[in-house]
Design a protein around this ligand. Sequence first.
Ligand SMILES: [Zn+2]
Length: 467
Amino acid sequence: MTSASLSNETSVFAPSALLPEGWAEDVLFDLSSEGDIDAVHRGVASSAIPPGVQRCKGPVVPGMPNLHSHAFQRAMAGLAERSGPSDDSFWTWRQVMYGFVGSLTPDQAGAIAGQLYVEMLKAGYTAVGEFHYLHHGPDGLPYDDLAEMSRQVMGAAKRTGLGITHLPVLYGFGGFGGQTAGEGQRRFLNDPDRFLKLLEILFADAAGDPQAAIGIAPHSLRAVTPETLQAAVEGLAGFNPQAPIHIHISEQIKEVEDCLAWSGRRPVDWLYDNIDVDRRWCLIHATHMTEEETGRLASSGAVAGICPTTEANLGDGLFPARDFLAQNGTWGIGSDSHISISPVEELRWFEYGQRLAHRRRNLLGSEGEDQSVGAGLYRSALAGGAQALGRKIGRLEGGCRADLVVLDAEAPCLLGKNGDVLLDAMVFAGNVNPVRDVMVGGQWLVQEGRHRDEEALLLAFRSALEL
Ligand SMILES: [Zn+2]
């Protein structure tokens, strides 16, 4: 450490911080003018900190990537919770969603995304994977600007400061084998040609923006054919061969049965048989897998995108987490339908689902090791989320974005706790949000629990709800 580095104009001091190799005390982060971490200094004596350096008022952890979001669905959280047919399931929820989406305008979609992203930032999410399928007008015709709806959510991310990996969805069909899409799906539909035009616009929009990345999301094997899936994957490689590819898969038993009827193969098996699935891929849900499918997903290096509160809300089922983690599978978390916007709750329910199913405790730590389960979950979700979003995030080290979450050390549930035990307390007891301040890309967006622009964004959201 040199005195020159300590005189850096933009530096942040943390009394403790979760670095890639573990917790460290008295950490000074030097930030670049582009919002990256330039250098990390550990064990910096208080007397060596130059005046003017910002001092965090609590322990610092990397911001959590939220790898799966459908922004507009935030406004319908709570609207599908009435008892109805005894077989109420994902498919009946989807009907409510189609009704809601029918008349949503671009401005409304942008305002909903703005409010959602504020709530994400306040909860400690610092980046989102926006799995975006609401492309066209209510009549199914494209807007004059093909990217109108995408630009609404990209604009909401920019306005709020949240990092975004925008994943425009390829959605072409209503069921396996190229079945015609229904009325409720007409705002989502693109053929590969129009989809690639959209991609071209979005790659140009995001060029040079360190807070934005572009990937693709073939919606599901229900919504594409082998040919259109191939065309999208190949088309993406023409823009960026490393860009992320996300797909919903095996969320529902019916989906598995329909896939078997169509192809004789289960969805995850079909995907691995037919497509070169590697680390660029993120398989959302992957709830219903055989042991063999679980092994294929784990060994491919692709990310499993787990959305525990949405999967619970929709009655999807439980991801085979113990098998998958035993094979060193990579995973991250998403808030998906936004019935909850809390990394704490997603991580907790990932573990609690397994406890309830297996009637044992501490199941998702390293077996036989004295490891903090909450801290291990937090670290794994950082790594998997960062991989899935294809950005340099999730690690507090040189070259990564300066995405810092300052926890409130005075929150009753965290009082007197340090290091990994502090993360255990947060994950399993942090019902009152323990996030105090949030920096994304070197900018303080949330301070003392308030987002810099939250009043204006709430006002816009309020008027958007007057649908
Ligand atoms: Zn989803």
